[in-house]
Design a protein around this ligand. Sequence first.
Ligand code: NAP
Length: 481
Amino acid sequence: MEQYQNYIGGKWVNAKSDEIFESRNPANFGEVLGTFAKSGEEDILKAVESAHEAFKSWKNTPAPARGEIFFRASSKLESRFDEFVNVLVRETGKTLLEARGEVNRTISVLRFMAAEATRLSGEMVPSQSEGVIGYTIREPLGVVALITPWNFPLGLAASKTTPALVAGNTVVFKPASNTPLISTMYVQLLEECGLPGGVLNMVTGPGGPAGNVLSTHPKIKAVSFTGSTGVGTKLGKVVTNRGAKMQAEMGGKNPFVILPDADLDLAVDHIIFGGFGECGQRCTATSRVIVDRLVADEFTSKLVEKTKQLKVGDPLNPENNMGAVIDENQVKTYEYYIEKGKEEGAELLVGGYRLEEGNLNGCFIAPTIFTRVTPEMTIAQEEIFGPVISIMTVDSFEQALEWSNNVEFGLSSSIYTNDMKKAFEFVSNVESGVAHVNMPSTYSEPHFPFGGMKCTTIGPREQGKAAVHFYSETRTIYVKP
Ligand code: NAP
């Protein structure tokens, strides 16, 4: 079995303790994808020092030359497309179609950010004093720490590392422990494309030691985290208390509103995609369907019928619509919320169980629909991060809007209607960083800003130009020639 290592200072090295952990295929318990360095605080400290040493030279590398590396990486990733797709499927349990989507998105991110290197511009502002030239420039922050989750391990690694590196920062990257192989392949790809040693350092292993060092180390000028609300909020307090920059993208509980005039077939297709795609393990997953009573029965029977047709199984088999969830903890979380839903009086219409029949030997769970869900129920309030949709019935647009906002999260939302007056009223008043009309809650383009409101997000937006702004600061220069 292949043993993979940390990447520090341009070298592949074991953890100081020599300890290792395994990455397993959640759709096939028999398959171990490799062993990885179980890093402790000493390893993280070494990565910080190595990034610090590399900063000066990387900062002084012309920005377009920095960008060139990511252009090369995008072409190389394209030429190794199937290999990356295959590992993504085996390490996350997502389907072939979903993995292809993630690799394609990663290629787009690499290309967009590579080009951003030529657009790291400040501005020329007319001075109020005669003979003075005043202008601004964008400068990197220094060493930044990037912590990613397992649900989009390749796409999110690219979304965080590329703006940070293009802007001239050096990086300590801590990927999720469930997906170290695809993260290692991403770092190898950048190394092969000419990224100098020390500029990007990857340390695998548990979050605790990494979080302790990266949140408190004075040489870390910014932390960008994507993951659970509990971890992100704790990290955010420590990082911002010492005056460093923090960006955290966390949980969602995304509403999908259906008004009486909606195209119900379209809505059903988009709920299947948004709620059950990636087994519901998306921060933007459709989680609460808020439907007008006038069409609730018709809509519900259409949704149930389509859900029953979904095939769950081996994600490498293109016939299957859903693969496995990431691990046993995810299965347990799902089972906990199924019980909670039943206990609190919701009606289970489809699913609600683990699939173990046939030769399934992994973390497979059934797409699930609850109806008669009311806003105070646990399944209407907490993020499940699994293939569970809660149907809530309302009597008016106003009630739909009120229930949409009646959660602590605020990431994404959708409304289905042809009444554009109501649609715009919804997008103006719904408390979510991303809002959609007649489009799935999961829709997002990589060059648009992305982020939430309320307890979903700390700090500025990710993606697009907004991301480059987070990883840089503006300096103002006055010159009297
Ligand atoms: P998680 O447990 O918070 O883990 C995320 C990352 O943080 C992993 O790399 C993890 O390492 C690390 N970590 C764990 N404890 C830490 C600590 N004390 N200090 C520093 N880092 C620590 O979240 P997850 O279960 O992987 O991901 C699911 C969550 O991510 C969901 O809530 C989902 O909504 C959210 N998410 C949000 C977005 C968004 O853009 N809003 C996108 C994707 C996912 P280990 O793996 O080693 O534990």
